[in-house]
Ligand binder design. Sequence first.
Ligand SMILES: Cc1cc2nc3c(=O)[nH]c(=O)nc-3n(C[C@H](O)[C@H](O)[C@H](O)COP(=O)(O)OP(=O)(O)OC[C@H]3O[C@@H](n4cnc5c(N)ncnc54)[C@H](O)[C@@H]3O)c2cc1C
Length: 285
Amino acid sequence: MIPTSFDYVRAASVPEAIQLLKNFNGEGKLIAGGHSLVPLMKFRITTPGTLIDISQIQELKGVSKEGGRLVIGALTTYAEALGDPLVAAHLPVLAEAIQKIADLQVRNKGTIGGNIAHADPAADLPALALALDAVVHITGEDGEERVPIQDFLFGPFMTALPETSIVTAVSFAIPPTEGKSTYLKYFHPASGYAVVGVAAVARKTADGVINHIRVGITGAGDCAFRAENVEKYLLGKTATLENISKAAQLAADEVDMGEDLFASSDYRRHLCEVYTERALRKVLL
Ligand SMILES: Cc1cc2nc3c(=O)[nH]c(=O)nc-3n(C[C@H](O)[C@H](O)[C@H](O)COP(=O)(O)OP(=O)(O)OC[C@H]3O[C@@H](n4cnc5c(N)ncnc54)[C@H](O)[C@@H]3O)c2cc1C
């Protein structure tokens, strides 16, 4: 199908984008890389009256280090993040996850901010963002706010982003060098989206006791989630195969598993356990 007709404007700055969102009163939609929005428009699942193109706002591009966090401008593409020396030095797990997103074309156009703002339940970055205690930087009519990722995502394609606001950056906590992190994914064979994707970040004391553990899971339910039962089970315990296996069994307990033509809820539950166990072994053993 082709989209219904729409108008197009280009915003040159964040204040202009916010003003345009206000002017179009719910009928305008931001477009960044367009790799999630345009397919939805083609299926006429969304029919915006006007596209507000933010892709040329230079201040929303690039990566910087602020204290213990990497701040990634919302319009930074996957390919740009992948080639960034700060990402390579401080957040190799982001590069690991990005390499698992779709194909070169999608990685050249899709943006970090678009991925998070779109909140696709099968997208990869939400799981990693949860495991890395990400914070979403938002600017709107009332100024700037910073929202922890757990309060930002709350349902399929649903976020806490107000209608006339824009995501300007996503910041990720840099894991301590003595810890380990990973992102593992069971791909949908056609689209490359996560049927189940698991991000894990962990750290142990010198005598092997787990003193930091975060597990984020995507693809399995309505929305990416933090596997807090898994984390609680492991925290303070030693990293043994038995503890890891028991913890992984709790991974699917926290949300209702999704079901579609490709994977039943039982299969997703199974994948959750298997991929959580593999991720935990990688970061804890
Ligand atoms: C064939 C194909 C395969 C894909 N496979 C994967 C995959 O394996 N894993 C994965 O994670 N993703 C996948 N994607 C999705 C892709 O990564 C998207 O490009 C990305 O998720 C959205 O980024 P975008 O810049 O293209 O956003 P757009 O499509 O431009 O926008 C998406 C939505 O976010 C909003 N938005 C965008 N930027 C902002 C902002 N700064 N502030 C507020 N709202 C904003 C838009 O208004 C729109 O509602 C795939 C896409 C395609 C076409």
